[in-house]
Each structure stands twice: as C-alpha cells, then as structure tokens.
Design a protein around this ligand. Sequence first.
Ligand code: ADP
Ligand code: MG
Length: 269
Amino acid sequence: MSADATVEAGAATTGERAEMVRAENVHKSFGHLEVLKGIDLLVRAGEVSVVIGPSGSGKSTFLRCVNHLEKINAGRIFVNGDLIGYRQRGDKLHELREKEVAEQRRAIGMVFQRFNLFPHMTAMGNVMEAPCRVKREPKARARERAVALLERVGLGDKVDSYPAQLSGGQQQRVAIARALAMQPKLMLFDEPTSALDPELVGEVLDVMKDLARDGMTMIVVTHEIGFAREVGDSLIFMDGGVVVESGHPREVLTAPKQERTKAFLAKVL
Ligand code: ADP
Ligand code: MG
C-alpha cells in the first residue's frame, strides 16, 4: 500500500526511515494508580513494534495514549511528527479541542481485542462508514475501496454479510479493513487475536503479516510470540508500567537480559 511512500519519506528526511512514533517519558495515572511510569519508545516508518507483558502492565493504556483516547499526565508523544494533543504555533503549544483531536486521530488506525463492528451494518457498510461520515467520501468511491479492502483481507465473498453471520476471525478481518479505510499512517493492535478461537488466530495474523510486509507501521500488543519473531522489528517487554527490556525480537527472545523478561518468556514460550 504505502510502502514506497513511507520509505521515500524516511529517506528524504534523514537518510534513514522517518520517525513515526516517538514517546518520551510518558506518565499516566488513574487517580492514585500510576499505570505508566515513564515510557520511551521509538518506531520508525514501516517498522513493526511488538509489545508483550503481563496483564495489567499498562500495554493497553499506552496504546490508548498514543491514540489520544487517554490524556497523558507527563511526557510527550509524537505521531508522524505531530505532538499528540497539541498544535505548535511558533514556540507556543495549544491544547487541541475535541474536534481537532479527532482529526489528529485519523492518521491512526486501531484494532481492539473485541471487534466492535456495527451489528446493523454489512461488512461493506462497516468499512465504508468512516470514510463517508468523517471524510465525506462519495458513496460509489467508498464502496469501491471497501470492496478492495475486504478482498485484501480475504473477504471478497463476504461484503454483504452482517457481523453475526461471520466468524470471529472474519469479523476481526473486517475490523482491520475498516481501520485501513481511513488510510492511516500507523496501525495499533491491542491483542487482536486474544478473543478468538485458536483455529481462527492464524487467518488474522496472516492479514497482519501481509500489512507489515507491505510497509505499514504497526504497534502490536500480542501474546503471539511467533508473530514477533516473524515480522517484528522490535520487541518491547513491559511490566509494571515501565519498559523493562527492548530490542530486536531475536535478541530479546533468545538472550533476554532482565530476570523479569526471562520469567515472563518462560511462561509464554
Ligand atoms: P494491560 O493492557 O497491560 O493488561 P492496562 O493498560 O489495561 O494493562 O491496565 C493497566 C492498569 O491500569 C491496570 O491496573 C488497570 O486496572 C488500570 N486501568 C486501566 N484503565 C483504567 C481506567 N480507565 N481507570 C482506572 N484504572 C485503569
Ligand atoms: Mg490490555
């Protein structure tokens, strides 16, 4: 899809790939509970970062902060050069209003554990919805693109099916097509296969691997270590609201440096 574009953009700016996500010292609390305790992360255009870690370590919260579904208490997050939640004018920062936040969020696609499809709309209707409503794309054009996206996720024969008529794996693939319909520069996946029956996991991972090979920048929270090994450019182990260890998946998986990483991997591998 945008592989050439992203690689070119990177090469044009720095000689290496452009930065797509930069998180600096991100803190997030809910009341007295400090969930993120200074997260740093860099993802370059076209890279796949896989985030692993025990339940409650702050993985979902971090993704939600990147997408500005949660407001951070300290630190900064840049996506594609834009400071999330703010607009820079000269040397002044203005906090974005709700509507502007929504606009900033458009560059980011998110896929959740639960598919959250509109039950009263067909697969095609679900994929067309945001381009028509948000971007005011003409119906015929949106329909054409929706069909192409559904074909891309292997559901060319299901365009007229309703979510209830689809398996969990098929619904999750519709959810991926729906996120892609807004032509995001970044895709966030929050345990996209955790709610699926084991035999349906592979078809969703295959679609994600295709996307990765096509050059999409992705942050993927998952317990699917094989996915990290196969397409991950980096593997990040989070625990207790901090990044305990990160590096190339091969290194982290075969020679983890931290005891906490070793203990976690022993449980999931
Ligand atoms: P993970 O995705 O790694 O399992 P989460 O980011 O979902 O972890 O949660 C991290 C911690 O933050 C948990 O203790 C969770 O209960 C808490 N938490 C998450 N969202 C909220 C919220 N909206 N309000 C209060 N606590 C929350
Ligand atoms: Mg989570």
